[in-house]
Design a protein. Structure first.
Lengths: 292, 230
């Protein structure tokens, strides 16, 4: 029997094992791939926070550096983009979990001091000093698989003898490193990181075999929203990838994913509530059909 | 003795199935097919396939590209495979298979870190034997030619690739041997060692070059060329 999923704890926030969580993307960047600067202004970003919370977000994921290569963003600038904003969100919503999308320990220290609960290290543990900082603040940590890819680069002819085996090996190794650094066991999350260090076939494979990852017992973060593997699979541009995103979300939720990082929060919430009901983890909102 | 040479890039997307339902870059595939056909028309005793890889070595001639390493689900079962052949040689071998070539083949990989001098020597050794040898060289230009390129945009890439193209067109083996390995690496031009093996193999020969394809549709410089000797 694989280890059971347990309660996820992100500083003061606890989430039961059967609860499927929406992590809403809020970019503090002028050039991220999907929203392209929509929430670059602080007021617009806060407006989006109000909206995604109303739409059912459980976690707000704030990012100051786009994943794609482009304009350099140094540590100072990344902190300037994220820390004051996180402090503002913390003040406005004490009960919502806040995540920061960063790979740098200096940034993690500043944002955790400002109130962040989870460090979403989507570049797979490039900064060895990160786990100790996360531990110091009692925050959670995302351990992601990126293969050999360096931050803010694109995959180039990547190949794996067995991509899922590589994902599990790498994320378990990062989780062990986090534990060793003193990170709260209940706050460690793993992420296959679709598209990162992967071609479309690899991302489809990790989706198909996600149950192998959830079987490790670590809560699995699923980050697929509007990504290129969906675009390539359906041959659709960014703005037309919602259906593909939701289909992938639904499959991953069925296979045991716990946290779903999303641009389209209301739709993702609906999909997760539907899957939770199909699984039997959550009752229908209102069932009267044939019952009257 | 080298009787003919062909230069092809080695993006995995040349392997038809890897691009899914779409036929991607049919003109590049056709150019590679024609270059290989030209090579085989010279009736070689052996085809030496040369490309960059992790190590300098001669691979098992029976080895083939591990397609499942790029596309799990279409390339066979995971457990039964060994992922050893470099992509460059794997693509070269695949092109030979596509052409129906069943004769002798030599799969020669050259480490990414190998010096120009050493690459030239490996090329000279390939040319030294008495067997009529056709060279199939798998080499890619820079991968930094625009903002969407795998390596993002590097303004040095265009000059770099233009010089390689010029040298290949002119049969200027000295210029190929003089390619700066450090710059090539920064530009993700993985073909550098293979170009230099080609140069070493053809040094002192009169060459006639025909270019079959020269473009960068995904921000990576692809060059297909047929080199006739004498």
């Amino acid at each position: 029997m694989p280890p059971k999923q347990t309660t996820l704890r992100l500083r003061g926030h606890s989430f039961a094992p059967e609860r499927l969580l929406v992590m809403a993307i809020v970019n503090r960047t002028p050039d991220s791939f999907f929203d392209a600067g929509l929430t670059w202004e602080e007021s617009a970003a806060m407006e989006r926070v109000h909206q995604v919370i109303a739409d059912g977000a459980d976690i707000i994921d704030v990012g100051g550096v786009p994943a794609a290569p482009g304009q350099q963003v140094d540590v100072t600038e990344e902190i300037r983009r994220t820390a004051p904003f996180i402090a503002a969100v913390r003040g406005a919503y004490p009960d919502v979990a806040i995540s920061v999308d960063t790979w740098r320990h200096e940034v993690a220290a500043e944002v955790c001091a400002a109130g962040a609960d989870l460090v979403n290290d989507s570049w797979g543990g490039r900064d060895a000093k990160l786990p100790a900082v996360v531990a110091e603040y009692g925050a959670g940590l995302v351990c992601a698989h990126v293969g050999k890819q360096q931050p803010r680069t694109r995959p180039f002819r990547v190949r794996y003898p067995d991509v899922m085996a590589d994902v599990i090996e790498a994320t378990e190794r990062l989780a062990a490193r986090a534990l060793e650094a003193g990170v709260d066991r209940a706050g460690i999350v793993v992420d296959a990181a679709h598209d990162f260090g992967k071609n479309t076939w690899h991302s489809l494979e990790v989706t198909r075999r996600l149950a192998e990852m959830t079987a490790t017992g670590w809560p699995v973060l699923v980050s697929v929203s509007r990504k290129d593997f969906i675009g390539e699979t359906l041959d659709l541009p960014l703005q037309d990838r919602l259906a593909g995103t939701l289909a992938t979300t639904s499959v991953c939720a069925w296979l045991g994913g716990r946290i779903f990082r999303a641009h389209d929060v209301a739709q993702t919430r609906q999909v997760l509530d539907m899957v939770a009901a199909i699984k039997g983890d959550q009752p229908p909102a209102r069932a009267v059909r044939g019952l009257t | 003795m080298i009787i003919a040479a062909a230069l092809c890039p080695s993006p995995p997307l040349l392997i038809g199935d890897l691009t899914g339902a779409a036929c991607v870059l049919p003109e590049l595939r056709l150019a590679c097919e024609q270059a290989v056909a030209g090579l085989l028309a010279a009736r070689p005793d052996v085809v030496a396939v040369v490309g960059a890889g992790e190590r300098t070595m001669v691979a098992d001639a029976a080895a083939r590209l591990d397609v499942a390493a790029f596309a799990p689900g279409i390339g066979g079962a995971v457990s039964a495979r060994k992922d050893t052949l470099p992509t460059s040689l794997g693509v070269g071998g695949w092109l030979l298979d596509q052409a129906g070539y069943a004769g002798e083949r030599l799969l020669r990989s050259v480490a990414h870190s190998e010096s120009a001098q050493r690459c030239g020597r490996i090329g000279a050794d390939l040319a030294a034997g008495s067997a009529k040898t056709a060279l199939l060289v798998l080499a890619d230009g820079s991968a930094c030619r625009d903002l969407k390129a795998p390596g993002y945009f590097d303004e040095r890439s265009h000059g770099f690739d233009a010089e390689v193209e010029r040298a290949v067109r002119a049969g200027d083996v000295g210029a190929l041997l003089a390619i700066d390995a450090g710059l090539a690496s920064e530009l993700m031009a993985t073909g550098r060692p293979a170009w230099q093996v080609l140069a070493g193999a053809l040094r002192g020969k009169r060459l006639t070059t025909q270019i079959g394809y020269c473009d960068d549709p995904f921000g990576v410089a692809y060059l297909v060329a047929s080199l006739r000797v004498g």
